[in-house]
Design a protein around this ligand. Sequence first.
Ligand code: ADP
Length: 161
Amino acid sequence: MKKIAVFPGSFDPITKGHESIVLRAAPLFDELIVAIGINAEKQGFFPLEQRIQWIKKTFQGHSNIKVMKYQGLTVDFCKEIGARFILRGLRTSADFEFERSIGQINKQLDRTHEIETVFLLSEMEHTPLNSSIVRSVFQVGGDVNNFIPNAIDLSTFKKEQ
Ligand code: ADP
């Protein structure tokens, strides 16, 4: 049975923290799906298709890393694509508390108990990094290049108002 993992999130935008988790986890699985959860009530800052393109570019050349989008419960998406693992990153104890509750709720939602959540610790230099800080710096014209994957460039992006 193929070992497929889903790394769910908003990736609005993808950061060096996400990139590092994905690259370190990829050798552990046959296939790793970076999955953008679509929230009908929350549009996100960067357009969905743009976020997908940035993720594709980041992991170009890594044949077992793919990007997909999904709606609804993460566990339902996992079942749909035959994934038995949910990958999450941990930066701080606050992340741990948040992730513990999501992980345990997902266990309840997955009646067959086939899906396990696996966690990787963030690299020390990525601990303070999150997409929301990148968006804030970007919105006021700051340089975000140190925070996003080297393969991508946000400077050409213009937000349509
Ligand atoms: P959400 O949409 O749930 O806020 P994010 O897109 O922010 O999700 O992140 C998705 C996953 O990536 C989460 O498991 C989160 O803990 C992890 N993550 C986010 N930033 C980092 C980072 N700097 N280092 C390691 N993991 C991270």
